[in-house]
Design a protein around this ligand. Structure first.
Ligand code: BYC
Ligand code: FE
Ligand code: FE
Length: 472
C-alpha cells in the first residue's frame, strides 16, 4: 500500500487534500501506524475479508458503508461533526465567549494532556484484544470484535489529527509516542490503569466493551462540551461509533446471561456448567472486576485537575446544557470521605467534585444495563439470583478509597480479611482457567459456542448465519 495521503485513502471532512502541512505530518505517521497495527493488532486475521462498516461522511443517514475489507486496508478516516454556527463556550470561567478555533497558549499543556490521555486508550484497547480472534464464539462476534478494533484505530487517528493540526512539533512527537507505549508493558505501559489489564477471554471482552467503552462514552461526552471546537466536534462524531461498542458489550453480557439461565433450567441441579455455560456467580465476579477498573478511569473523587479543566472550559459535565448553573462556583457535592480510619460525610466544592459527578452519570447507566440483564434472568424463570453492581468503594486503585479495603456492599475490611475473601468477589486463577476451558473458537457460519446465546439479529440486516468473515 502506498503511503500517499489522499481523500480517497483517508475519507475526511477536514480538507485534507488542500492542506499540505497536515498531509505531510500524516504521511510521516501513517507507515508507523500500519506497522503497529500489523505487529500488535488483531492476530491471525490480517489477510482475511471482514464485513466491516467504514465511516465515509458525517451525514446521520449515510455515514456508514458496509463491505468486505482486509483490516490493514481499512480506510481510517478523519471526521468532525459539522460546525455549529456561532457556538459559544457553555461552562466555566469563559462561559458565553466564542468557542476556540485555535488553542489559547495558557491552556495548551492541559489540553494536550487530555488529548494524549484519550488517544492512548484507543490503541491500548486494540493491543488488549489482539488475541481474541482465535477463540471467538461465532463469526458474528468475531466480526464485531474487528469492527470495534478498526474503530478504536480510527479514534487514534482522530486524536492524532488534533495533535498534528494544533500542537506543532510537540503534537507530532506525542503522536509518535502513542505507537510506542504498549498495554501491560513494564517499561512503557499505557497511561490509564484499565488499559494495562489483560483481556484474556471473551467474558473479559464483553465486560470491557460494556463497562470500559462506556467510560469512553462519558469522557467523550464531557469533552464534546469543550471550548476547543475541534475537540468538541471530533468527540461528537466518535460517540456515534461508540454506541456500537457499548451495544456489543451490553448485548454480549445479556446473551451470556440468557444462555446461562437456559442451561440452568435444563439441568436437574440448575447447574449452568453442566451444559458448558458460565454460572451466574462467575459472571458476577467479572462484572465486579471490570466495573471497578472502569470506575477508576474517572479519576479521583476530589480532583484539582478536574476543577481546572472545568474552570478553563476544557472539559464540561455530561449534557452540560441540562444543568442550570454553568459556573459551578458556589455549589457543593456531598461525599463519603475516609478520615482517620472513619468514613465521614463531607461537602466538597462542586468544581473539585466533577470527576464524581461524571461517575454518577456512568453508574446510573451501568445500573440500567444490570436491571435489563436481571429481567432476562426473570423471563427465563431464574428467581434465586440477581446480578448487581458492587459498591463504588470496592476494589478501587484511584481516588480516596485507594489503599483501603471494602467488600462489595461498601463495608470496610482489613487488608487480611480482603485478601482472604478476594476470590468470593473477583475472578481467581481457578475461575479464569474454567473460562479459558470454554474458549475454543467456533468459525462455521450459523454456529455458536455453548456458553452464549445467538444475537436476536445480525449486522446491517444480515442474518446470524451470514459469512461475516471470509478466510483468505
Ligand atoms: N489510571 O486528579 P486525578 C476510552 C492519574 S475511555 C492511572 O484524580 P484527573 C476507550 C492522573 O492522570 C476514555 N492514572 O484525575 C474505552 C493524575 O496524574 P498526575 C478515556 C490515573 O486528572 C475503551 C493523578 O492520577 N478518556 O475512550 O482529574 C476502548 C491524579 O488525577 C487514573 C479520558 O480519560 C487511572 N485510572 O482525571 C477504547 C479523557 N486516573 O497528575 C477507548 C481524558 C487518574 O498525578 N482524561 N490518574 O501525574 C481525563 O480527562 C483525565 O485525565 C482522567 C483523570 C479522567 C483520566
Ligand atoms: Fe474509542
Ligand atoms: Fe470504543
Amino acid at each position: 500500500m502506498s503511503t500517499a495521503i489522499s481523500d480517497d485513502k483517508i475519507p475526511n471532512n477536514v480538507n485534507l487534500s488542500s492542506d499540505r502541512r497536515l498531509q505531510r505530518a500524516l504521511e510521516q505517521w501513517q507507515p508507523g501506524f500500519i506497522n503497529w497495527w500489523k505487529e500488535v493488532g488483531p492476530e491471525g486475521y490480517q489477510a482475511d475479508d471482514i464485513y466491516l462498516r467504514t465511516a465515509i461522511s458525517v451525514e446521520t443517514d449515510g455515514w456508514a458503508h458496509f463491505d468486505y475489507v482486509k483490516m490493514p486496508d481499512y480506510r481510517w478516516g478523519i471526521f468532525l461533526a459539522p460546525p455549529e454556527e456561532g457556538r459559544t463556550i457553555g461552562f466555566g470561567d469563559h462561559a458565553g465567549e466564542p468557542a476556540w478555533q485555535e488553542i489559547p497558549g495558557e491552556y495548551r499543556n492541559m489540553l494536550r494532556r487530555i488529548i494524549v490521555t484519550q488517544g492512548d486508550t484507543e490503541p491500548a484497547s486494540v493491543e488488549q484484544q489482539a488475541k481474541l480472534g482465535a477463540i471467538a464464539p461465532s463469526l458474528y462476534d468475531l466480526r464485531n470484535l474487528f469492527q470495534v478494533n478498526v474503530e478504536e484505530g480510527r479514534h487514534l487517528w482522530a486524536m492524532v489529527y488534533l495533535l498534528h493540526n494544533h500542537f506543532g512539533r510537540d503534537g507530532r512527537e506525542e503522536a509518535d509516542t502513542m505507537l510506542e507505549r504498549r498495554s501491560g508493558d513494564a517499561d512503557k505501559p499505557r497511561i490509564l490503569g484499565a488499559f494495562n489489564q489483560p483481556i484474556e477471554n471473551w467474558l473479559d471482552f464483553y465486560m470491557f466493551t460494556m463497562f470500559t467503552d462506556r467510560d469512553g462514552k462519558y469522557q467523550l461526552a464531557s469533552l464534546q462540551e469543550s471550548a476547543f471546537d475541534a475537540l468538541s466536534r471530533t468527540c461528537k462524531f466518535m460517540l456515534t461509533e461508540e454506541a456500537h461498542h457499548m451495544f456489543v458489550g451490553e448485548t454480549g453480557v445479556d446473551r451470556i446471561v440468557a444462555r446461562s439461565a437456559a442451561l440452568m433450567k435444563s439441568d436437574p441441579n440448575e447447574d449452568a456448567r453442566a451444559g458448558g455455560g458460565f454460572d451466574l456467580p462467575l459472571i458476577q465476579k467479572y462484572i465486579n472486576l471490570w466495573f471497578t477498573l472502569s470506575l477508576d478511569l474517572f479519576g479521583g473523587e476530589i480532583s484539582s485537575n478536574a476543577a481546572d479543566y472545568f474552570a478553563s472550559g476544557l472539559k464540561g459535565r455530561y449534557k452540560e446544557h441540562q444543568h442550570a448553573d454553568h459556573a459551578a462556583l458556589t455549589g457543593s457535592y456531598r461525599m463519603t470521605v475516609p478520615r482517620e480510619g472513619q468514613l465521614v460525610e463531607e461537602d466538597v466544592p462542586l468544581r473539585t467534585a466533577m470527576n464524581e459527578v461524571l461517575r454518577d452519570n456512568y453508574v446510573d447507566d451501568c445500573q440500567r444495563a444490570v436491571d435489563k440483564w436481571n429481567r432476562t434472568l426473570a423471563r427465563a424463570g431464574v428467581t434465586n439470583f440477581t446480578l448487581a453492581l458492587p459498591h463504588r468503594r470496592f476494589h478501587r486503585k484511584i481516588g480516596i478509597y485507594a489503599g483501603l479495603h471494602f467488600d462489595v456492599t461498601g463495608h470496610r475490611l482489613s487488608a487480611e480479611e480482603f485478601a482472604q475473601r478476594r476470590s468470593e468477589w473477583l475472578p481467581s486463577a481457578y475461575d479464569a482457567a474454567y473460562v479459558a476451558s470454554l474458549m475454543t473458537g467456533v468459525f462455521a457460519p450459523g454456529k455458536i459456542a455453548s456458553w452464549i446465546a445467538p444475537p436476536s439479529k445480525g449486522i446491517n440486516g444480515q442474518s446470524f448465519d451470514f459469512q461475516y468473515v471470509r478466510r483468505a
